[in-house]
Structure formats: C-alpha cells, structure tokens
Design a protein around this ligand. Sequence first.
Ligand code: SAM
Length: 257
Amino acid sequence: MQRYKILPEKRFGQNFLCNDDITDLIISESGIEPSSRVLEIGPGIGALTRKIAGIKADITAVEIDLRLASYLKEDLPSVKVIASDFLKIKREDIGPFDRIISNIPYYVMTPIMNKLLSGFSDALSMTFMVEESALARIKASYGTKQYGPLSVLVSLYGEFNKVINVPDSAFIPRPNTLSSVITLKKTDEYSDVLCPEFLTFLETSFSQRRKKYLNSLGTVCGREKASSVISAVGLDENVRAEDISPEIFRKIFDLIR
Ligand code: SAM
C-alpha cells in the first residue's frame, strides 16, 4: 500500500488481509495445488493472490478497482487480471478454472455468491471470507426466516465447512464486524441443477415468501401446472417457499423446465 500510495476505498469494501497465518490457512483449506486453475474475486493488493501465484497455480483474478488491477498486473505478471465488476462478467469471459477463492467484499456478498453458485458451479470448491453475521443466512435450514435462495444454492452445491473466525485486527483497515472463513466442497448428488435459470427460479420462488408458494410458482408456469407440480412433489397447496427443502426445489425446477 505504501509503495503504490494506496488508500483503501470504502465503497468497494476494501479491507485488506494482513495476517500471514490466516492467509496461509485459507490457502491450505482451499484445496489449491500447483496444478489448480484458480478464479479469485477481488484480489485487492494480492494478499491471497501472491501466495497462490507463489505455489505456481494458474490464477485469474477479477478486480473492480482499476488502480488495484493495474498495480497487480505490474506486481504479479503471472496472474491474469481482469479489471471489471465481477457481477457484470460473463461466464465465457473467464477461462477454465477448478477452484474459486474470495475474501468477498461484504457489500455484495449475496449477489457474488449467488452468481458463483449458479453460474460457476463446476468448480470443485469455493473458499470465502464472509461476514460472520452472514453465516446464519448462508447455511440456513428450511422453515427458518433466514432461509432463501443463497442457502438453497449452498446446500445443493455440496459440503459446508466453517474453517475459522477472523478478528478485525487481521485487516487493514479494520472492518467493524467479525469475519469467518468458509469452504464449500462440491458433491455430485444435487449440484447438476445449479445454473443461472435455477437462480432466477429461486428468486421468483422467494419473492413473496410469506404468501402461498402456489402464487409465485403460478407466475412461472401457470396456476394449473403449479398446482399439479406442488402435489406431484407431495406438498400441500398452502405451503410457503420458506418451508420447501432444497431437494424439493430441485425437483420442482426439473418438473417445470
Ligand atoms: N483479496 C484481498 C485481500 O484478501 O486482502 C482484498 C479483499 S477486499 C475485502 C475485497 C476486494 O474486492 C477489493 O479489492 C475490492 O476492490 C474488490 N471488489 C469489490 N467489489 C467487486 C466486484 N463487484 N467485482 C470485483 N471485485 C470487487
């Protein structure tokens, strides 16, 4: 930061990791090896990127801040840096990858995770630094208020593991929340359903979460079909979206597509 006279930009959620033990732990838990092809969202000044490049893994990093993207290109020439907002990027603009890693900018955590889990779910694993208070939402069970599209995607993608809580002192500048490192490991049981259309379907499904699910499903496939699909998967006509398990959402999506 001193070398390039960087002042962190709050609007981009810039809290840079500055604790070597934590970055080492994140890399070792991420499953990244020299043969890996890694996609990193928000490399910042390269706390994780530098270590991944150091073990000679292939790495593509998407950074919204043009200043940081250009410093990073200069500092780590082996890294493919894409200077862009990840939320605007198309899947085909990114080369092949098998591991995803991100110290996620917290202000866009949900859209970034939703996009990765629905459009980039062929990755073998995803490792994230998230706000500790968001964990309840990320791994919420059905029947709870926190349950929504993100928890459905996480559950269908695979195995959730919380690695460690990270104190604010591990960042410059310090965020005003606790953070946690999590890993998601892909399992093949249900992940075949994960695609951008499934995310749209889930967002519509939860758009009126307190009302009968029949109403929102009806907007997708017509009320008659919605009613027959709901009974085909063994649910009551009065069921609400928040009471439907991830596996049943997958079945419903399969039946209507
Ligand atoms: N990975 C670095 C680290 O661990 O120190 C930086 C993490 S910082 C919390 C988040 C980074 O994501 C910042 O560099 C920020 O500029 C970048 N960022 C924020 N929004 C983004 C977006 N929509 N697309 C890509 N990068 C983004």
